[in-house]
Write a protein that binds this ligand. Structure first.
Ligand code: B1M
Length: 213
């Protein structure tokens, strides 16, 4: 395994072009994509998160680092979304970040991996009210609705969405939740059908939820 410190550092400094170049170099060298993702990109973003927490970094720097993260993910995306068998869909998933919340890197990663696993993904983006989750799920006859929240102030909105699905008579639609402050226990508390800790486990969860539908 190479020393991913250089990639971590480029991400921390928000150097998008260097992040893209080095990510591509690692792919060309044949390094495992999940290793580049976890050790290079996600680990770099964790340091950003820590320094943000302790006011060593501020919103503008974090935004630039997030842009660099997205630049790296764009290089990896084709490898994550390439399907082994693209003839049939494993199921349809509507994914979005809840109202009031603008974080989308983790959600996007879940979308990419689920797409690679054969799911049809309808990504409705960030800051989404329950009405959009419901309307999109109905329009696409979704098997699963996945919600992301990164803020302790926005995670309670997940319960609102679950409740509104029930009120609309759509309790058959499986609801999955995730995001850094969310836990299995919280998922139970809001009445969701499952919790995804990270992108790979979310894909496993989607398979399980579709099988139990
Ligand atoms: Co913000 N931010 N941020 N931020 N930000 C956090 C979340 C924070 C923990 C930072 C900190 O203090 N250490 C903190 C929240 C504290 C809290 O709520 N208790 C915080 C704050 C406070 C804020 C603002 C309020 C700051 C301000 O304005 N003063 C503000 C809020 C804006 C808003 O949303 N209304 C804000 C803004 C921003 C930026 C815009 C600058 C930027 C987001 C850019 C973007 O997403 N396009 C940003 C970032 C980048 C972060 C951190 C540093 C990194 C998040 C990230 O992308 N991680 C974050 C620190 C942290 O999380 N430690 C932080 C990498 C990503 C791969 O991981 O998103 O956890 P994650 O996703 C994982 C899993 O959680 C899971 O799978 C993913 C892949 O493994 N997952 C799911 C995620 N969603 C899922 C959905 C599923 C399943 C699994 O559905 C089924």
């Amino acid at each position: 395994m190479p020393d991913y410190a250089q990639l971590n550092q480029f991400l921390y400094e928000g150097k998008s072009k260097d992040v893209q170049r080095l990510t591509q170099e690692y792919i060309d060298e044949g390094l495992p994509v999940d290793e580049i993702l976890n050790e290079g990109l996600i680990a770099g973003m964790s340091v950003v998160g820590e320094d943000f927490k302790y006011n060593i970094l501020y919103v503008p720097e974090v935004l630039i680092a997030a842009r660099a993260m997205k630049a790296g993910l764009a290089i990896i995306k084709p490898l994550l979304t390439a399907r082994a068998d693209d003839t049939s869909s494993s199921g349809t998933v509507v994914m979005g970040t809840v109202k009031g919340d603008l974080h989308d890197i983790g959600k996007n990663l879940v979308c990419m991996m689920a797409e690679g696993a054969g799911f049809t993904i309808i990504d409705i983006g960030v800051d989404q009210p329950y009405e959009n989750f419901i309307a999109t799920a109905q329009e696409h006859n979704a098997d699963i609705v996945g919600m992301s929240a990164l803020l302790t102030t926005t995670m309670p909105y997940m319960k609102k969405v679950v409740d509104e699905f029930d009120n609309a008579g759509l309790s058959d639609t499986k609801i999955a939740v995730g995001g850094a402050p969310v836990s299995e226990m919280y998922a139970d508390e809001v009445g969701a059908d499952g919790y995804g800790a990270d992108a790979p486990s979310s894909v496993e969860l989607f398979h399980k939820l579709c099988a139990s539908a």
